[in-house]
Design a protein around this ligand. Structure first.
Ligand code: KIV
Length: 282
């Protein structure tokens, strides 16, 4: 795992691939850190995975601060990036700086992430000038899903691909230490990766990016109703949890849980006799 954003930047120069995964709570963060994941994203995808919304748009700054604080308490030795939710940086550069500061001061984040390129370059510059490392996010940016008409692959034409290159360059020029590239053709992401000095972290963007990020619930097969094309299942934790809950339910109902070994030491008979005398069964 990386303790500083400088270590993450250096991994690109050293030709070492970078792993990132989302976490939203203490126990998942502990496990991600123990696994040696390079850095952790508290994504606004928590709107879907933790809060049950249909998309990320309703997520608030208070939600993000709360979950970022849970994660940073669990992953004390890993860079944690807190995501800026929809509406927290759209109205002004001042909003962006004020809300980025909240993620660091109240959430304990090392860095923040925000979506967009050319449009948010002034916001990124101002946040970096406030001493907060920034990760950009270009390509398919989920907070703009109403503009795309859904979660659709971006950059499929020469014109739209050029806009994504412009966005990635703007993010780098504004001072970001890395950039997420989401749902674009793999050769476009590969080209941007060669063009940029900062690490690219891909999701649905092919293997040539400097690193990869996945939503934990996707890679652990905890979302059993939907699997995005890019979300490989690295474990069957969803089914494993269902199996465990069912086994527990069965044993409770059969009276076989808890077993003798799972009990604390029983009271001496003399003590039980006193209880029975004081409170006779009716
Ligand atoms: O919110 C999130 O989890 C993200 C990743 C998909 C990159 O932004």
């Amino acid at each position: 795992m990386a303790k500083t954003v400088a270590e993450i930047r250096n991994m690109k120069d050293e030709g070492r691939k970078i792993s990132m995964v989302t976490s939203y709570d203490f126990s998942m963060a502990v496990l991600a850190e123990r696994a040696g994941i390079d850095f952790i994203l508290v994504g606004d995808s928590l709107g879907m995975t933790m809060l049950g919304y249909e998309n990320t748009l309703p997520v608030t700054m208070d939600d993000m601060v709360h979950h970022t604080a849970c994660v940073t308490r669990g992953a004390r030795n890993t860079v944690v990036v807190g995501d800026m939710p929809f509406g927290s940086y759209h109205a002004s550069v001042e909003d962006a700086v004020r809300n980025a500061l909240r993620l660091v001061k109240e959430g304990g984040a090392t860095a923040i992430k925000l979506e967009g390129g050319v449009r948010v370059a002034p916001h990124i510059k101002a946040i970096v000038e406030s001493s907060i490392p920034v990760q950009g996010h270009v390509g398919m940016t989920p907070q703009s899903s109403n503009m795309y008409g859904g979660f659709k692959v971006q950059g499929k034409t020469a014109d739209s691909a050029k806009l994504i290159v412009e966005d990635a360059l703007a993010v780098q020029d504004a001072g970001a230490f890395s950039v997420v590239i989401e749902c674009v053709p793999p050769n476009l992401a590969a080209y941007i990766t060669k063009l940029l000095d900062i690490p690219t972290i891909g999701i649905g963007a092919g293997a040539e990016c400097d690193g990869q990020v996945l939503v934990a619930q996707d890679m652990l097969a905890m979302n059993m109703d939907f699997r995005p094309r890019f979300a490989r299942h690295f474990g069957q934790i969803g089914q494993g949890m269902i199996d465990a809950y069912q086994a527990y339910d069965n044993e409770v109902k059969a009276g076989t849980f808890p077993a003798e070994a799972e009990n604390y030491k029983a009271l001496d008979d003399s003590i039980m006799a006193q209880i029975e005398q004081a409170y006779p069964l009716r």
